[in-house]
Design a protein around this ligand. Structure first.
Ligand SMILES: NC(=O)c1ccc[n+]([C@@H]2O[C@H](COP(=O)([O-])OP(=O)(O)OC[C@H]3O[C@@H](n4cnc5c(N)ncnc54)[C@H](OP(=O)(O)O)[C@@H]3O)[C@@H](O)[C@H]2O)c1
Length: 335
């Protein structure tokens, strides 16, 4: 089935080989129309790889590895906080690409609706946008009820919501309320999310909690005092809950990214480059090297998403309580 389908596609338009994780890509619907039958999700992935190989030979593409690995996640449900943009959206897209149905949580309605439409249209999975605030217990309780009503369960909980670094002034001089606001979002927000959604997680070995921490929790990164406090807290929570939930067969792991090229990071780099009188790419490359990032670049949200999708799968069932650095080598010399 996959071979004959791919031959039909190879005679089609080159543009159809666009990556299914790119916004606005219509490759999957094009394939469906041209093939004259409705491929299953796995068939679409196989067809896509064949086209990609034939046309551009990019065999190292994220979708290639993911499809060959076959994570068997189709039909599972993930709840992801802070999923309207940045890392959270990258994680949502990577899981949706594996056939996972998704509940996206964030406060801003417009970005949430856009992300939900984009993911549903691109990957053909069920996507539930849930407007909720991780700092508000009633709001998170309502979110859990909405997910229970819509999906009935939630196999994968991803704690990702966090505030971007917006202030450059010395954090040790901040007001109590500013410190506490940061902690409310990421550290306590993660606990709140887990407490409210835990009853929805199956106890059959498919349950996953994935905490998106950050390298600033393991090293001094300026300016990231409360940011680092939150990340260190999430790394601790990960180990603690891995032990606490082991009898429920729920694994708990932390992803620890270094620098990630999200929307706000793009703006941050552009502003810093302008201030330094350099081109953005040059400034960024210099910055990454000055920080000791061995890869010489920041990570992208797809790379974080792929790791999250793998941890969510049964193939990662023996990974528990781990702090998985994904930072281009940033932390090789960290304490
Ligand atoms: N970017 C990096 O370089 C980097 C590096 C290491 C770790 N991380 C970690 O990765 C995570 C995501 O970072 P990011 O850079 O992708 O951030 P981002 O682009 O600013 O996205 C943050 C997301 O969280 C949501 N959010 C913020 N406050 C919320 C709240 N109170 N309740 C519900 N949702 C909320 C935002 O939507 P609304 O504002 O609409 O609610 C948005 O969807 C954070 O935990 C961050 O610490 C990032």
């Amino acid at each position: 089935m996959a071979t004959s389908a791919s031959l039909i596609l190879c005679s089609g338009a080159r543009t159809a080989a666009a990556h299914p994780r790119q916004p606005g890509n219509a490759a999957l619907s094009w394939q469906t129309t041209d093939l004259g039958f409705s491929p299953t999700y796995t068939q679409k992935q196989v067809i896509y790889i064949f086209v990609k190989c034939s046309f551009c030979g990019k065999l190292d593409h994220p979708a290639f590895g993911a499809s060959i690995m076959d994570l068997s996640l189709k039909g599972r449900v993930a709840v992801i906080t802070g999923a309207s943009k940045g890392v959270g959206k990258g994680v949502a897209r990577a899981m949706a690409a594996e056939g996972v149905d998704i509940a996206l949580i964030a406060r801003g309605r417009e970005a949430l609706a856009e992300a939900a439409d984009e993911i549903a249209n691109t990957f053909g999975v069920k996507v539930l946008p849930v407007e909720a605030d991780v700092t508000d217990t009633a709001s998170m309780r309502k979110a859990a009820e909405a997910v229970r009503g819509h999906f009935g369960k939630a196999h994968i909980l991803v704690n990702n919501a966090g505030a971007a670094i917006r202030r450059q002034d010395r954090e040790i001089m901040w007001d109590d309320s500013d410190w506490l606001n940061q902690v409310q979002i990421k550290s306590v927000g993660a606990l709140r999310m887990i407490r409210e959604f835990l009853p929805l997680v199956p106890r059959d070995g498919s349950g996953r909690i994935i905490n998106i921490a950050g390298a600033s929790g393991t090293m001094a990164w300026m300016p990231a005092l409360t940011y680092g406090l939150n990340n260190a807290a999430l790394i601790h929570v990960t180990g603690y809950l891995a032990a606490d939930l082991a009898n429920d067969k729920i694994t708990v792991n932390a992803i620890v990214p270094g620098l990630v090229g999200t929307e706000w990071r793009e703006d941050w780099a552009a502003a810093a480059a302008e201030q330094a009188g350099k081109a953005k790419a040059e400034w960024l490359s210099d910055f990454c090297r000055s920080k000791g990032i061995l890869s010489g670049r920041w990570g992208n949200v797809e790379e974080i998403g792929d790791l999250a999708a793998f941890i969510a799968s049964d193939k990662a069932r023996y990974i528990n309580g781990a702090k998985l650095a994904i930072d281009g080598g940033l932390t090789v010399n960290a304490r």
